[in-house]
Design a protein around this ligand. Structure first.
Ligand SMILES: [Zn+2]
Length: 263
C-alpha cells in the first residue's frame, strides 16, 4: 500500500511514520466528533458525523502536503441523551465520553503531538467537549487542545441563513437538510417537517442562549425536527459546504503557521 497517497489519515500510516510526524514542530491531530442520533424522518442518524467527516476531508485536501497535520477516524457515537426518545439514537454517557477523550488524548501527548483539535458537529456536546478539553489539558501540559464546534465562528453564515434559522433551527432544520442535499442527497428523504413548539417559553428565557433550558427533543417536536426544514435546497447546501470548508481551511492554515502559545 502506498502510504503517501493518504498522508493525512492517521490510521493508514505506520508507527515509524507517526513517530517522526509526532515529534515535528506544530504536529497536530484532528479528532472529528459527530453523533448517531435521530435527525427527523428525512435525514440519516449519522448526519453530524457525515458532515464533520466531509468537511475535514475536503479541508485536508486543500492543505499543503508537508504539514504534520492529520485526522483520526471520526467518533460517530456521541453524547445525545436529548434524542433518546427517538428510535435509532445511540448515546454514550458523559462520563464515558470524557474518559475516552482523556485516555486517547493522553496517548497523543505521550507520542509528542503538540495540538489536538476536537472538531465537533453535534450541538448537544459542545460543553462536554470543552470540559473534556480542560480536564485533558491538566494532564497533558505540553499539548494544546482546541474544542471547536464546526458551525461556530463561521463568518458569512448570517448571509446564507436567516436570523430565525440561526436561533430556532436547532436540529435537522433548513441548514442541516440543505447541507445533506449537497453532501449525500441519496440519504435525504422527502419529508420537510416544521416544528418549533417554543412559543410558551416565559419572557426572557430561551431554548439556547443566555437563559436556556436543558431540553429533550420530545419536549419540542414530534417529528424530531426542531426548526423549519421546508425551504431546504441543494444550492444553499453547496453554499454552506463551501463556506464551512473555507472557514476551517483558513483556521487550520493560521494554526499550522503559528507556534502559539509557545512562541
Ligand atoms: Zn445535527
Amino acid at each position: 500500500m502506498n502510504h503517501k497517497s493518504i498522508p493525512n489519515q492517521y490510521e493508514y500510516l505506520s508507527w515509524t511514520e507517526i513517530k517522526s510526524i509526532a515529534e515535528m514542530r506544530r504536529s497536530t491531530i484532528i479528532w472529528p466528533f459527530g453523533a448517531i442520533e435521530q435527525h427527523g424522518p428525512h435525514l440519516p442518524l449519522a448526519t453530524d458525523s457525515i458532515f464533520v467527516d466531509e468537511i475535514v476531508n475536503q479541508v485536508l485536501k486543500l492543505m499543503p502536503e508537508d504539514l504534520p497535520l492529520m485526522k483520526i477516524p471520526t467518533q460517530f457515537i456521541g453524547f445525545s441523551p436529548e434524542h433518546l426518545g427517538f428510535n435509532g439514537t445511540l448515546s454514550l454517557s458523559s462520563n464515558t465520553l470524557i474518559s475516552m477523550i482523556l485516555e486517547v488524548g493522553k496517548q497523543f501527548s505521550d507520542m509528542g503531538f503538540k495540538r489536538l483539535i476536537l472538531l465537533n458537529a453535534h450541538g448537544g456536546q459542545i460543553s462536554l467537549l470543552s470540559t473534556s478539553a480542560r480536564e485533558l489539558r491538566k494532564i497533558t501540559p505540553n499539548m494544546h487542545i482546541f474544542p471547536c464546534f464546526i458551525w461556530n465562528g463561521v463568518r458569512g453564515l448570517d448571509k446564507l441563513l436567516t436570523q430565525s434559522e440561526i436561533e430556532n433551527g436547532l436540529h435537522a432544520s433548513l441548514a442541516e437538510t440543505s447541507l445533506m442535499m449537497a453532501i449525500k442527497p441519496e440519504l435525504v428523504g422527502p419529508e420537510r417537517p416544521f416544528e418549533y413548539l417554543s412559543k410558551n417559553i416565559p419572557e426572557g428565557w430561551s431554548l439556547e442562549g443566555s437563559s436556556p433550558t436543558a431540553w429533550m427533543t420530545a419536549d419540542l417536536s414530534k417529528s424530531g425536527v426542531v426548526g423549519d426544514s421546508r425551504g431546504a435546497n441543494k444550492t444553499l447546501g453547496n453554499d454552506l459546504k463551501k463556506l464551512l470548508i473555507k472557514h476551517w481551511h483558513s483556521m487550520l492554515l493560521s494554526l499550522m503557521s503559528s507556534d502559539w502559545p509557545n512562541e
